[in-house]
Design a protein around this ligand. Structure first.
Ligand SMILES: NC(=O)c1ccc[n+]([C@@H]2O[C@H](COP(=O)([O-])OP(=O)(O)OC[C@H]3O[C@@H](n4cnc5c(N)ncnc54)[C@H](O)[C@@H]3O)[C@@H](O)[C@H]2O)c1
Length: 256
């Protein structure tokens, strides 16, 4: 069964990792997909991987820029005429350091991409969904949006902010039948975790990976497809009565 037949999906941070895997799954389920990411080269490589011809639109944009956010949403509406699903996914991890040693410019950059970027995406996508009285938005948070941990205070702060943003947007959009939820993955096997592992223990990232995996009740990292499967459910009409919620996909980590 194709669960997103003829729907138009917009994915930020779509050229790699979880965003790209979600694009692949959405296409398999009948959607047309717009990928937003920083660099044309990365987007071209992602589109080649997806191999779905005109069903994929690529737009290079920085989600933290108000101008770029308006431009990428307009490009998707110009090409496809509507947006049914918005996976507000682009994010960065920032630097690993104790809170007292974090540089303010690094804090600002994480907040700028992870919070301002997600906010701008909502500002520009929601009107198009509200006008059609239909749409599903999935904001990317993290287990780091539900729990604290040491040495990544900017990231933790930014991902907690996504919970508030999701709740506020869900309340405002509900009257127009537009749903807004957040997803909260534990460590997932992508570039981002390699960077964090190295940051936590320089030169010994492999060891950190083993320790982190052992701390998860299901005893492994998640794969991008584990997250994509949850996002597909929240994007589809199967979740028609679900809005304003936080959904862990974490091998049981938040249960501890
Ligand atoms: N990997 C994990 O363990 C994990 C766990 C929980 C949450 N997340 C979140 O999932 C999301 C995707 O992460 P990932 O693991 O796929 O990482 P990734 O680094 O593989 O992919 C992120 C993508 O976002 C893009 N991006 C970064 N800044 C951008 C900007 N300003 N404008 C547009 N695109 C930008 C990157 O170029 C990249 O293609 C992030 O929000 C991340 O915080 C990841």
């Amino acid at each position: 069964m194709k669960r997103l037949q003829d729907k138009i999906a917009l994915i930020t941070g779509g050229a790699a990792g979880i965003g790209l895997e979600t694009a692949r799954l959405f296409l398999e389920h009948g959607a047309k997909v717009a990928l937003i990411d920083l660099k044309d080269d990365d987007l071209s490589a992602a589109a080649d991987t997806l191999n779905a011809g005109d069903d994929v639109l690529c737009v290079a944009a920085d989600v933290s820029s108000a101008e770029d956010s308006a431009r990428y949403v307009k490009a998707v509406l110009d090409r496809f005429g509507q947006i049914d699903v918005f996976f507000n996914n682009a994010g960065i991890e920032g630097k690993v350091a104790p809170l007292v040693d974090q540089k303010i410019e690094d804090f600002d950059r994480v907040m700028s991409v992870n919070v301002r970027g997600a906010f701008l995406g909502l500002q520009h996508v929601m009107p198009a969904m509200i006008e059609r009285k239909s749409g599903s938005i999935i904001n990317m948070s993290s287990i780091a949006g539900l729990q604290g941990s040491a040495n990544v205070a900017p990231y933790i702060t930014s991902k907690h902010a996504i919970v508030g943003l999701t709740r506020a947007a869900a309340i405002e959009a509900a009257a127009a039948n537009v749903r807004v939820n957040s997803v909260h993955p534990s460590p997932i096997n992508t570039r981002m975790m390699r960077s964090l592992e190295e940051g936590f223990s320089p030169g010994h990232g492999d060891e950190t990976q083993k320790q982190l995996a052992a701390s998860i009740p299901l005893a492994r990292y998640g794969e991008s497809i584990d997250v994509a499967n949850l996002v597909l459910f929240l994007a589809s009409d199967e979740s028609a009565f679900i809005t304003g919620g936080q959904y862990p996909v974490d091998g049981g980590l938040a249960a501890g």
